[in-house]
Design a protein around this ligand. Structure first.
Ligand code: SF4
Length: 309
């Protein structure tokens, strides 16, 4: 039996669903029941009736699935798949900061790329797809602390500059590798292209984009656009989904100053072999204490509720 057939058979026998992030390698995307961004994946996790969720992404994503589905088994192909953005805001540092600045009564908004322990300290979660909508629902007299991504936070502030918001100094090394010079060079090589930029990039790179948006919105933009060529300023695995869902158009991965693209090495920890093994062994599993899970669930549920309004 091929590896792919083994995985399909294990999905059936374990009553499992495979969720894969847009940044997973093409062979994993092709075997997944659902491929998407963080918002879509958490909505799928919340809705599935499968008994096992095999989460092909990084650790905080598996935690989010477990927060929403405590009764289900959530496995990751590789438990060591971390995230530099999540690591940039440890829970103990956030707790100390909130304690030190208690008089400011922060409304804490966390980008979903953070640990369960950090989510448990927050008021609401957001993704790059819904960040502006979520922030718009917060009373204007409350000072917001936006964690952990300063770039996503500054992008929200660009659309609402009067908002009182403090930005946590965190970032994603994959998106912060892009520079204006590298994007301008790519644009000069492909003059007819549209440039799509993920909001985790810094402001100078975002300023070069025809659109700044989440990976999910990138698909709709390319499908609806009359343009034929696009440069995607995000993780290059996104090209696989684009090529299969928007046929007949041409996509390029954005380069950095010293590489043809900017890969997330954590996302690539997951392999087909590890996916097969985690489905077979139901390990490694995500486990959370019920107290932590319940505290983290409140802001995640608030996001899901506000996303639908
Ligand atoms: S691309 Fe950046 S934010 Fe996404 S998992 Fe990798 S390090 Fe984290």
């Amino acid at each position: 039996m091929s590896l792919a057939q083994e995985i399909l058979e294990l999905k059936r026998s374990q009553r499992a669903v495979v969720l894969a992030h847009n940044y997973q390698s093409p062979e994993i995307q092709d075997l997944a029941d659902y491929v998407g961004d963080s918002l879509g994946l958490s909505q799928q996790a919340a809705a599935t009736d499968a008994e096992v969720i095999a989460f092909c992404g990084v650790h905080f994503m598996g935690e989010t699935a477990k927060i929403l589905c405590p009764q289900k088994i959530v496995v990751l192909p590789d438990a060591a798949a971390g995230c530099s953005l999540s690591d940039s805001c440890p829970a103990d540092k956030l707790a100390a900061y909130l304690d030190e600045h208690r008089e400011r009564n922060f409304y804490v908004v966390a980008y979903i790329n953070c640990s369960a322990a950090v989510k448990a300290l927050c008021d609401v979660i957001c993704t790059s797809g819904n960040a502006q909508r979520i922030v718009s629902r917060i009373p204007r007299d409350r000072e917001i602390l936006f964690i952990p991504d300063r770039n996503l936070g500054s992008w929200i502030l660009e659309s609402d500059p009067t908002r009182l918001m403090t930005l946590w100094p965190g970032g994603c090394h994959v998106h912060e590798r892009f520079t204006p010079a590298a994007i301008q060079r790519a644009a000069a090589q492909h003059p007819a292209t549209k440039i799509l930029v993920h909001p985790e990039c810094d402001a100078a790179v975002r300023a070069l984009g025809d659109i700044v948006c989440s990976t999910e919105k990138m698909i709709a933009y390319c499908r609806d656009s009359e343009a034929k060529e696009f440069i995607l300023v995000t993780e290059p695995a996104m090209l696989h989904r684009m090529r299969s869902e928007v046929p007949g158009k041409t996509f390029f991965a954005a380069p950095t100053d010293d590489a043809p693209c900017s890969e997330c090495e954590y996302m690539k920890y997951n392999t087909l072999e590890k996916l097969r093994d985690c489905l077979r062994d139901l390990s490694p599993q995500i486990t959370l204490t019920e107290d932590l899970r319940a505290r983290a669930e409140t802001p995640v549920r608030r996001m899901l509720e506000w996303s639908q309004l």
